[in-house]
Design a protein around this ligand. Sequence first.
Ligand code: AVJ
Ligand code: FE
Length: 441
Amino acid sequence: MSQNSGTKASSLQIRETIREAMHQCRIGTLALFEGIDDTTFRRQAHPEFSPVGWHLGHIAYTEALWLLQRCAGLPPLFPEYHRLFAADGLPKSERENVPPLTEIHHYLNTVRTQVFSYLETAPVEQQERLWHFLIQHESQHGETIAFVLQLQRWHLLERHQEMWVQGSAVNVSSSSSSVSSVPSRDVEMREIPAGEFMMGNDSIEALDNERSRHRVYLDTYWIDRYPVTCRQYREFIEAGGYQNERWWSPDGWKWLQENPVAQPLYWSSASTWDNHPVCGVSWYEADAYARFVGKRLPTEAEWEKAASWDAATGQPRTYPWGQETPDSHRCNLDNCVGQTTPVNAYPLGQSAYGCDDMLGNVWEWTASWFDAYEGFVSYPYRGYSQTYFDGQHRVLKGGSWATRPRAIRSSFRNWYYPSIRQILAGFRCAISQPDSGDSMI
Ligand code: AVJ
Ligand code: FE
């Protein structure tokens, strides 16, 4: 077979893969809007997050900008939308005035028709990375849409409850100083032996912040087999964890005084949730709980090694279980369930080191600041990652029940301010030495 026909076959394959991935991604995005009312579509549920309708328009805008304007060289489609839907256009507080869903549907469809016609002749072999970026861009906005919708439902529910149960916030005595026993420290942990592993990802799908793959040496450490569950976290609440400065970092205690909360955001004390991971905690709460049980949060490198490294082959796995595409047999993702699942629900998702529930279910806070790997190069624009290498964002790993399949892998890096609790985040703990109080280091 000649080199030429080989090349042709491969670019045909790339086109087909991209088309199918974009199509599937869009089906999932639009499914999030089924039965939505106009108020929910345009309301800003939290100052940090735009209305869900804005995200939908921004998905179309971004696709048109990169593929139709920058690649195909076409003039701007719907220039009247530029200011509203550009990431650096209007402030988040002025994004409630979005066109109705039917109009944004039309925008999405018009862009997509032109994109698919461009795709037929586009030089995809040179552009492959950009197309994968855009699929993941829509995927990530899809997750934001999912948790903003959950947040709105939650607010409604809270208002409803307040009408019936006056001041139902958990009432714990701050006097319970019997914190000497910490049973939750005794949860199952996995020992990760000292040695090098390969961190990051160089594949065509990898985002700029995952590059380049590099060697990292870690001393022996232990990491929880499962994310921290609601049953375990309840001990912290009931022991007066939210009232006791002792467990909190100085920044965390300051945050707690300014934002007086006494339980995670998405909290229910019903025992049906006992085996589910905690969801809706800030980094500060995760850090305080870890100290409470004499542990600490894992660094990003510790988390990634436990999730991806296969010591037997000396190679990283893309997913904890290997290379097979993530689906609902391996983890809780893609809104398949629409909420958290028990932490031991996916034995087929286990990593080589025997850690469970690493991908999907809840994002997991790590001890690490979001920062560049050596030799970092921005792609496709500075504002995607580089702007956030500011020493103010913490890395989250693993993905949640709302993470789309194309944006979930062990090397994937998410980042938020440590004060954010609206995202679908929990955590697991780590220690350096089994018998030392790591909270003291
Ligand atoms: C990586 C999820 C924090 O949503 O702000 C979307 C992803 N960047 N469009 C975000 C992103 C540009 C980003 N997060
Ligand atoms: Fe975006």
